[in-house]
Design a binder for this molecule. Structure first.
Ligand code: ZN
Length: 454
């Protein structure tokens, strides 16, 4: 059973999945098709139960955010469950995700399942498995639009930002409004609270770190830093490592899917196979495939909310080395999460460039705090830079050279300097993106996505 599946570049790459993984995959698919209203139209795509489960998955449509908006929450609950009862019994709650009106979705929040998914992900990194045990103290530096307590008009005292073993270090939705006093308070609270783990949005933690570096302060060192909510740029990562001399790992997932990948102590991302199925769809070779592709996530064990083949909106790179120094061989292993599909740009010739590829090119620049690249038309690119570097002329030349190499000779590049890069309405920092629509479906290598293997 384990050697027949679709959607992965078979000849180059063969991940290992357990029997239990296939059992859960099958159970979720059959329940979704037979008992969950949103998937009723998917039955027409099912090649039948004599086909391999991977082929059945590969035959199904993709679940989009829009589908979730259209059917949520009731459409994702099996017909034999009553969400009013579940909510009264406190098994579930309703939560709205952040973002603009068009981006917002009401999800069913199942705390017990979420905690179990998180715990399973801790096993995938030796530091998280040692330090995180469910009773550890954790400080969280996030945008309150994503998690925590919001207060933009007046500061909230520390006691009002604590919840059980968690301390939320920031209550302001706009990081551009952070004062020195606000950042001093964060540093003092770290010292006082002494968290074992600091969980952080990398752009916000990097901002705090730039302040700490500039002011020459010494800051409390937690046992571990877990980055989440966004991908760190190499500049953010550098700024954070300059201040914190502790292991740093990235945790990857979403409100809809729980914890999907965890970065191990060797820097690779391992799939949380106990709690989700991941289907990989490679991009066409001219756009970076077959190792670069998008992922569709199916959740396991959440009896209240069936998410199947959800396009989580990111591109990832499969690890091609085939070596697992940490010994974790089960499930997909990624060498990198490459960035949001919404954040891709195109070269003048139309080749897709991920945020990670752009970042890898720009990371040789020195003394950059932050940046954002906007592609305005097919051949015009505008790079916004935040830097304390005085010699702008050299920096202009260096940046234009790098971008010219990446995007092509015809690329018209403008560089401008900003005081800061503001976050998106979702509260997250956006590194790159085009001002015109780019449909990711056109870049997927369909031929590799549905290969019938019996
Ligand atoms: Zn590993």
């Amino acid at each position: 059973m384990g050697n027949a599946y679709c959607c992965q570049p078979m000849s180059l790459f063969s991940p290992v999945f357990s029997k239990e993984y296939y059992r859960l995959s099958l159970k979720v698919l059959e329940t979704a098709l037979n008992q969950v209203p949103a998937y009723e139209p998917w039955r027409a795509f099912d090649p039948g139960d004599d086909c391999h489960v991977d082929f059945r998955y590969a035959s199904m449509p993709v679940l989009t955010k829009e589908d979730i908006r259209n059917h949520s929450p009731q459409g994702f609950v099996p017909m034999d469950r009553n969400i009013q009862e579940g909510s009264m019994n406190k098994e579930i709650e309703f939560v709205e995700t952040s973002g603009t009106v068009n981006e917002r979705v009401t999800n069913i929040w199942n705390q017990k399942w979420w905690d179990a998914s998180e715990r399973a992900s801790w096993k995938l990194n030796s530091y998280t498995s040692k330090i995180m045990n469910g009773s550890h103290l954790e400080a969280i530096l996030a945008n309150p639009l994503n998690v925590g307590y919001k207060s933009d008009d007046k500061p909230l005292p520390m006691e009002k930002r604590k919840l059980a073993r968690f301390l939320y270090l920031n209550e302001k939705t706009n990081p551009l409004s952070w004062s020195r006093k606000h950042m001093d308070r964060m540093a003092k609270e770290l010292e006082k609270f002494k968290p074992e783990v600091l969980e952080a949005n990398p752009s916000l933690l990097a901002k705090l770190c730039r302040y700490i570096i500039e002011s020459g302060k010494i800051v409390f060192q937690p046992g571990l830093i877990v980055l989440t909510y966004e991908l760190p740029t190499s500049f953010h990562y550098r700024q954070i490592s300059q201040v914190f001399n502790v292991p740093i790992g990235s945790s990857y997932g979403s409100t809809e899917t729980g914890y999907v990948f965890m970065q191990c102590e060797h820097g690779k991302f391992h799939q949380n196979t106990e709690f989700c199925r991941v289907d990989f769809q490679p991009l066409k070779p001219e756009h970076g495939g077959p190792f670069l592709g998008r992922i569709l996530v199916t959740t396991f064990n959440n009896l209240w909310y069936y998410i199947v083949r959800f396009d989580i909106g990111d591109l990832v790179r499969l690890d091609e080395s085939g070596s697992y120094p940490c010994g974790r061989e089960s499930g997909l292993t990624l060498s990198a999460v490459e960035g949001r599909t919404n954040d891709v740009t195109l070269t003048c010739n139309g080749r897709l460039v991920t945020m990670r590829e752009l970042d890898n090119a720009l990371n040789v620049l020195e003394d950059i705090d932050e940046y954002q690249l906007r592609q305005e038309t097919q051949e015009t690119y505008h790079l916004h830079i935040v830097t304390r570097r005085k010699d702008k002329r050299t920096l202009n030349r260096e940046a234009a050279e790098i971008l010219g190499k990446l995007y092509g000779e015809k690329a018209e590049i403008t560089v401008s300097y900003e005081k800061a890069v503001a976050p998106e309405p979702s509260g997250k920092y956006r590194v790159s993106g085009a001002l015109f629509p780019i449909k990711i479906d056109a870049f997927i290598d369909e031929r590799r996505c549905l290969q019938k293997k019996m």
